[in-house]
Design a protein around this ligand. Structure first.
Ligand code: ARG
Length: 604
């Protein structure tokens, strides 16, 4: 059995310049210092987590066990609880911590200082939600990348949704992001498509051919290709001419690609996806240069007329040149890799492609390292894989008749059902037609995106309209309602934006005392840490989990804490601190939803 090629080491690439609101970052800093001072001879990684239960404080440092074991190996016996006490004794003064506790097992429970919480919340209300400053990177995110002449399928939808969210995340932390749509627009199938176009639309030079449905056009030409030897010969000649960029052939090719392009763009527009198309064709001349480089540097081996490259540790070679002289998917990815590293000068490359292609990418990256194109301690090059989309029958997602589901149909069905649901709840009676459309689309597209993003990326997930449009549980609809509700609380209080700002300016520390106020504030403040972690792991479901917890924490707060109080005499009192906390919560939710590519609507 072939062994998997060596995985690239994942270099931690996230260098934080200013932790700003990051609590974990700042706590890690003081604990590292304390450990270094208390145990200079020991180096074990710091273990810092959120407390699993409020009984154990807010955060926990669990390094004492590891240090105790390391000491034992050096011949010193010290119980974890003693180690913990020595760490705490060396903790530098830190405005975040109000107290620490050491239970017998040797954990260090950390309680946050309420004054710090109040100050951070005040800061957010005055200056907005700020993220930590991370050393900027030039990142290329290769995503969506469907194949021309084949319908974009749900796998490409996953890539589109995940790749867009990753790009949004990077943009939010200030990275320089290039979003690339590496479409499959080159290759031998274009020969038969062009030959067929010449026959069907002899006038195509003057008039844009009405190709109509590209799928059937593809099937027609494939049939001829398989049955008619003469046609087949012409198809091959067309490929050669296309790849030599002969104008007539480029024109025909462009017409064909435009059919796909138009229908793909419809999907992107609906989903607010921005992409730069740079398909395989872009690399044609660069592929020639790659073959030259590999030949001169003796990296190619000839086998039965094919030119192969065997990267270190890989059992399956890359086919760089086919026996007919043509290039392959491998060749285009080698050329793309080099282009992105050297011409685009990117230092972080991401390929959002289904997990089924991991062998391909591992082999391409191994080749890049063999060729000395990049040093993995300096640059991060990675395949961000994802699982399959399954139907409710747990089989590959298909239409009832077993065909690929057209993405446009899938989105339209989501919109139809979302409208139906809103009407069931009589929302149409309370919103203007424009507001209804905005809510309907936010729910439908947000629901589809969120269903994907809230599942662990690397696993398969089951596509279910009922589940994604459910307003209970961890769904986009639930979050969108929660968000709209908070906005409406603020709206209906009658307090203006400027009054809130004035309050926040007069109160450097947002006054918070009720346990549920504090609980909500702490959850709000975790946002920076979630983002920081996400930039490294690219596991977007953690942001979804965060949002869900934030919404439920808000609900807890709101059911116990009056924001606006009405007396029997009819006077109303607005608790300004709580109103500002609502606003801060809504702003944080909005920022998180935007990272996920979900449109928050103020009214639902
Ligand atoms: N077009 C390919 C497919 O549909 C995906 C391309 C992904 N990107 C890349 N650089 N190989 O399978």
């Amino acid at each position: 059995t072939p062994s998997a090629p060596p995985r690239a080491k994942k270099h931690n690439y996230v260098v934080v310049k200013d932790f700003a609101g990051s609590i974990m970052g700042r706590l890690a800093d003081v604990f590292k210092k304390a450990i270094k001072e208390a145990f200079p001879s020991i180096s074990v990684p710091l273990v810092l987590t959120e407390a699993s239960n409020a009984k154990f404080g807010d955060y926990q440092c669990n390094s004492a066990m590891g240090i105790s074991a390391a000491l034992k190996a050096q011949g010193t016996a010290k119980r974890p609880a003693e180690v913990a006490a020595e760490i705490v004794a060396k903790l530098p003064a830190c405005p975040l911590i109000s107290k620490t506790e050491i239970p017998p097992a040797g954990f260090i429970n950390v309680y946050l200082n309420e004054e710090f919480i109040a100050k951070q919340c005040g800061e957010i209300s005055r200056h907005g939600v700020k993220l930590p400053t991370i050393e900027s990177r030039r990142v290329i995110v290769d995503f969506s990348s469907p194949n021309i002449a084949k319908e974009m399928h749900v796998g490409h939808l996953r890539s589109t949704i995940i790749g867009d969210a990753i790009s949004r995340l990077f943009e939010a932390v200030g990275f320089d992001v290039l979003r690339l749509n590496h479409i499959g627009d080159w290759g031998t199938q274009f020969g038969m498509l062009i030959a067929h176009l010449f026959d069907r639309f002899p006038n195509f030079q003057k008039e844009t051919p009405a190709i109509g449905d590209l799928q059937s056009f593809y099937k027609e030409s494939k049939k001829r290709f398989d049955e008619d030897a003469d046609f087949k010969k012409r198809a091959y000649e067309c490929v050669v001419k296309l790849q030599n960029f002969e104008p007539e052939f480029i024109k025909a090719w462009t017409d064909i690609c435009n059919v796909s392009r138009t229908s793909n763009n419809e999907v992107y527009d609906k989903l607010d996806i921005v992409l730069n198309e740079r398909g395989e064709s872009y690399y044609q001349t660069r592929m020639g240069a790659i073959v030259e480089e590999l030949t001169t540097r003796s990296f190619l081996r000839e086998e039965e007329g094919r030119h192969l490259m065997f990267p270190t540790g890989c059992d399956i070679p890359l086919t760089v040149v086919k026996s007919d002289g043509g290039f392959t998917y491998d060749t285009s990815d080698l050329a793309a890799l080099k282009n992105r590293l050297f011409e685009e000068n990117a230092d972080w490359l991401i390929y959002v492609v289904d997990a089924g292609q991991s062998l391909h990418f591992d082999t391409i990256f191994a080749a890049g390292r063999d060729l000395g194109w990049y040093d993995e301690t300096q640059k991060r090059v990675e395949h961000v894989g994802f699982g399959l989309v399954l139907g409710e029958d747990k089989k590959k997602f298909k239409t009832r008749s077993g065909e690929t589901v057209r993405l446009k149909d899938l989105l339209d069905e989501g919109v139809r059902r979302s409208e139906e649901k809103l009407k069931e709840k009589n929302r149409d009676k309370e919103m203007t037609p424009e507001e209804l459309v905005a809510a309907r689309d936010a729910v439908a597209y947000g629901g589809i995106k969120y269903a994907d993003l809230s599942h662990t990326r690397t696993q398969d997930y089951i596509f279910s309209y009922d589940r994604m449009l459910d307003d209970k549980g961890n769904t986009a609809v639930y979050l969108l309602y929660a968000y709209a509700r908070i906005r409406s609380i603020v709206r209906q209080s009658g307090v203006s934006e400027s009054d809130m700002t004035a309050f926040a300016t007069n109160n450097e520390h947002l006054p918070l005392s009720h346990p549920k106020e504090l609980k909500l504030a702490k959850q709000v403040l975790k946002f920076s840490d979630v983002i920081l972690q996400l930039v490294d792991t690219l596991m977007l479901h953690t942001l979804c989990d965060y949002l869900y917890t934030l919404s439920s924490t808000f609900t807890e707060f709101y059911s116990e804490c009056y924001v606006v109080e009405k007396s029997k005499e009819g006077t109303t009192t607005v608790n300004m601190n709580r109103l500002v906390l609502c606003d801060v919560t809504a702003n944080t939710m909005e920022k998180a939803l935007r990272v996920l590519g979900i449109r928050p609507v103020p009214k639902m």
